[in-house]
Design a protein around this ligand. Structure first.
Ligand SMILES: NC(=O)c1ccc[n+]([C@@H]2O[C@H](COP(=O)([O-])OP(=O)(O)OC[C@H]3O[C@@H](n4cnc5c(N)ncnc54)[C@H](O)[C@@H]3O)[C@@H](O)[C@H]2O)c1
Length: 329
């Protein structure tokens, strides 16, 4: 009887409900992979001054948005002022928080970073949270204004200089926090002591991985230097997140990938809001207020590779970064 009833249901209804079921399953998987939204419902960021670099798109924008919703004063440090203003407008309209500011900061220019810090310090006497989020991935060979390989220059050296120039303000605002956005790809990276700037040989993937390993080594060394100051510094892998970061990877940003790859990957890739959650957690949650020098994925501390534990390389990298960014100048 059940069989004959089933036979009477038109094929289109079967196909429709199967597709709907598959879509529902994909959505559920996506929510599970993306992890729950940061649960700190009562945690406010009121009174906190926070800088987010690369806050006009992707993970940085979602991070700035959520922190604005939680009443922080948010500085969006961006290289493209038009995009930044558009993003700011959206955030302010939604959150009704007027203390969201756009300020020019091109991490591919030491001068721009210095100018940003000068402007920021003239406006604010405190800095509670610095979120070093901006990044580029797999760029074809190109150099920053100061001649650094682009990925090393933006992802590591730019943030190295920015952080160090802001340290006096961050220390004076303790307890305060620094969050460095890395990437699990760091595990494939090596700090190439004789070709750090990729002058002899360039491979886009290796250079990205190196820059993200540099971010973790910088976090480790900075945490050591900041012991006892009340300032914590941690790094984070946001997950595999659907953003514009793939803009330099011609295949993944092509229509071929949009049609044939993305639909299958979609349930397993986080959206930008999901990618921002652990960064938000590290920025404001009490549970991590004394945690420093660690690497996080999905709200949890994760172990790092042997290369990322190497004290000598961390010290070597710090010295080179200090010299190249003319920190003491
Ligand atoms: N999307 C992922 O799957 C993924 C995975 C691991 C790590 N990450 C890291 O997350 C961070 C955010 O990336 P996203 O995925 O949101 O990508 P995205 O491209 O949407 O955002 C990157 C941001 O960095 C900014 N930026 C790039 N160059 C800059 C410069 N010279 N000066 C100032 N800002 C600059 C961009 O304008 C943009 O706002 C990056 O550090 C990235 O490496 C992303």
């Amino acid at each position: 009887m059940l069989k004959s009833a089933a036979r009477r249901i038109p094929k289109t209804v079967w196909i429709g409900s199967t597709l709907l079921g598959a879509f529902g399953f994909a959505c559920l998987t996506k929510e599970m992979i993306g992890g729950p939204r940061y649960q700190g419902s009562g945690v406010t960021a009121e009174g906190k001054v926070i800088i987010v670099t690369g806050a006009n798109t992707g993970i940085g924008k979602e991070t700035a948005w959520e922190l604005a919703r939680r009443r922080a004063k948010v500085y969006m440090a961006c290289r493209d002022m038009k995009c930044c203003e558009q993003a700011r407008e959206e955030i302010v309209l939604d959150t009704k928080n007027k203390y969201v500011y756009c300020r020019k900061c091109d991490l591919a220019s030491l001068q721009s970073i210095r100018e940003f810090v000068k402007v920021f310090k003239s406006e604010q006497k405190r800095l509670d949270v610095l979120i070093n989020n901006a990044g580029v991935m797999n760029t074809s060979i190109s150099k920053t204004k100061d001649g650094f390989e682009m990925q090393l220059g933006v992802n590591h050296l730019g943030h190295f200089l920015l952080t160090n120039l802001l340290l006096d303000t961050i220390k004076a605002s303790a307890p305060s926090r620094i969050i460095n956005v890395s990437c699990v790809a760091y595990k494939k990276g090596q700090i190439s002591k004789d070709n750090l700037n990729s002058d002899k040989k360039y491979d886009a993937k290796d250079a990205y991985a190196q820059s993200k390993l540099a971010v973790i080594l910088f976090t480790k060394e900075l945490a050591n230097k900041l012991q006892g100051t009340g300032v914590t510094v941690n790094s984070v892998h946001p997950g595999l997140v659907d953003t514009d970061i793939i803009r330099h990877m011609s295949f993944y940003s092509s229509w071929l990938s949009t049609v044939f790859i993305k639909p299958f990957m979609w349930p397993f890739i986080k959206n930008a809001r999901q990618g921002a959650q652990t960064i938000i957690y590290l920025s404001i949650d009490k549970a991590v207020e004394n945690v420093t020098g660690k690497y996080f994925c999905d709200y949890e501390e994760a172990d790092v590779s042997e290369d990322a534990k190497d004290d000598n390389t961390a010290k070597w990298l710090w010295a080179v970064s200090e010299k190249w960014t003319r920190l003491q100048a």
